[in-house]
Design a protein around this ligand. Structure first.
Ligand code: GLY
Length: 565
């Protein structure tokens, strides 16, 4: 099934109407700029910045700070992430603001005397917190590519925190959940309180005074407002009092880095992704290379053959990911060029059998599915500059701890390191060397902010949350747009699967795969698992002929929105 639903004449006819009433549609059209994020409020912040003459980088910075206020499950200043930027002329770069392991960390820091992980300590408690990178990353992006004053980009978030916004049901449900387990997470139990100390109700204005004060330091002092002075000292004191190891020295030493993007291609399109310490760019390009080897004239979308060949690509890319990838500053010999080469793809599919599932070697590289956390947003400005950002606290609400004086939540990103050196199990644990903990090292990530160029200009801006499933949902959405010619909202909503080498199982979105297809896949030797949903993609496409911008936010994030002007 090839869908050909690209907007042309009809779109031009309806254009003005649609822009005005954009939130009624799954897709939003615009001519001048667009922001798509998991929070309509934050998307609006970004669009306001575009309207004031800010470029896509400025809008992305303002959106990121606003998400830290309105979407605190993953929007953050206490975590880290990645930005892919392509200017209107098609030149791409990336900013790596992934968290780093503190100076006092070590390979075995999470283990008890028997070599087992102690009390889930790589995810729970402040030992699990990496040195945050978000503020440094946004500041670096601004220094290099922003045009509006820094303070104008932080102020909207301060206003949202200080004046508050109506609590949505999603946040209210989280508030109720944390209230029920308040002994476990005392900070979270009062995090959503109103000025009377009661749980803020849905629709009631929720204010965050302490966060507003921290943001004011960042507004006034830039990067130093977080990594030096008052805020840094408060972080250090909070860590010391609560079992953490991040110090003022860690904060002072933290630096975001501009890195060359990973570049691949698919049938004439150019794909720009994040290099390590993200595994996303490498794995996405490897899988798209594998897809180039498929004869799509003979395979329908969502058919048995489609699921088989896509899952087999995922199996191979995830095996390579686990074996080779980690922080490039610590792993100088990663075979990145080989992994993203067309020749490697040919090699990897040499043993592909279209009648039969391959078998993952279950003694190697087992991993669990990650949750639905992290958040992505996509931005395009009037000049045609494109920004793709994915950032995270790792789990939803990170480590679920924070200082009341600072008002933000810390990440538990140390959980993305391989916790037990040398021990890889068929369950979930990986012990391979490239991603073991070391002081100042960045943990391997699956975040996959991506920009695809057509004829050298931005064409698709895409990304998603979802732990290791991120790579696969971004991959399938990209394939849906480039190969199956789906409009961005259709590409985002279409059936997704996830295979990650081990466990050797295809997870598929419940109700979206036919029983016939499931039976046929099982007869080929695939194991299947139904899950509720995969990904929360936030995407934009640009038709360079008509200059029409189309945006869509995944229906799995009802508070999200594509807003254009
Ligand atoms: N914490 C999720 C990731 O970086 O992949």
């Amino acid at each position: 099934m090839k869908s050909n639903q690209k907007p042309r004449g009809v779109v031009l006819f309806c254009f003005a109407l649609i822009v005005q009433s954009s939130m009624l549609f799954a897709q939003t059209y615009a001519k001048n700029g667009m922001v798509v994020s998991a929070s309509k409020i934050a998307s609006q912040t970004g669009v306001d910045i575009l309207k004031k003459g800010g470029n896509a980088i400025d809008a992305a910075i303002a959106t990121a700070f606003s998400l830290a206020v309105t979407h605190p499950t993953a929007g953050n200043i206490g975590g880290g992430g990645f930005m892919v930027f392509m200017n209107a002329q098609g030149k791409a770069t990336t900013i790596d603001f992934r968290e780093k392991a503190p100076l006092a960390s070590s390979e075995t820091m999470f283990l008890d005397e028997d070599g087992n992980i102690k009390d889930n300590s790589n995810h729970k408690g402040l030992l699990a917190t990496g040195v945050p990178g978000t503020v440094a990353g946004l500041y670096l992006a601004h220094q290099k590519y922003g045009v509006l004053p820094w303070k104008d980009l932080v102020q909207p978030a301060i206003d949202l925190a200080e004046n508050g916004f109506a609590l949505n049901w999603n946040l209210y449900n989280a508030a109720e959940y944390f209230k029920k387990i308040e002994e476990q997470y005392p900070f979270m139990a009062t995090y959503f309180s109103n000025h009377e100390g009661q749980l803020t109700q849905p629709g009631e204005i929720w204010k965050q005074a302490a966060l507003a004060n921290t943001l004011k330091q960042i507004r006034d002092k830039g990067r130093d407002g977080f990594y030096k002075g008052e805020v840094a000292q408060k972080i250090d004191a909070y860590m010391k009092a609560n079992g953490g190891i991040i110090t003022t020295e860690d904060l002072e030493k933290y630096d975001a880095i501009e890195r060359e993007p990973m570049k691949g291609s698919y049938k004439g399109y150019d794909i720009y992704g994040m290099p390590p310490p993200s595994s996303g760019g490498v794995a996405l390009i490897e899988m798209m290379n594998l897809m180039e080897l498929v004869d799509w004239e003979t395979i329908e979308f969502n058919s048995t053959e489609y699921v088989h060949v896509v899952a087999e690509a995922m199996r191979r890319a995830f095996a390579d990911r686990a074996e080779f990838l980690g922080d490039p500053d610590f792993n100088l010999d990663m075979p990145l060029e080989r992994l993203i080469s067309k020749a490697h793809a040919k090699n990897r599919f040499e043993n592909l059998n279209m009648e039969k599932a391959s078998v993952s070697d279950s003694t190697r590289f087992g991993q669990i599915y990650d949750g639905k956390n992290t958040t992505h947003f996509s931005v395009l400005d009037k000049a045609g500059n494109a920004v793709s950002v994915t950032y995270t606290l790792e789990n939803g609400y990170g480590v679920k701890m924070g200082s009341k004086a600072l008002g933000f939540i810390f990440n538990n990103e140390m959980g993305d390191f391989n916790p037990v050196p040398g021990i890889t199990t068929s369950g979930w644990q990986i012990g391979t060397q490239p991603n073991l903990v070391a002081p100042q090292k960045r943990m391997l990530s699956s975040m996959t902010p991506t920009i695809v160029a057509k004829d050298g200009k931005p064409y698709l801006i895409i990304g998603s949350p979802g732990g290791r499933t991120i790579i696969n949902t971004v991959f399938q959405t990209t394939l849906n747009v480039l190969e199956f010619d789906m409009r961005i909202d259709k590409a985002i909503e279409a059936m997704k699967i996830h295979h990650q080498w081990s466990p050797d199982v295809i997870a598929y979105e419940k109700h979206l795969m036919s029983p016939d297809t499931r039976r046929a896949l099982e007869a080929m030797g695939h194991k299947l698992r139904a899950i509720d949903g995969l990904g929360a993609l936030m995407g934009i496409t640009i038709d360079q002929e008509t200059k029409i911008i189309t945006g869509a936010s995944d229906s799995s994030r009802p508070e999200g929105g594509a807003i254009g002007y």
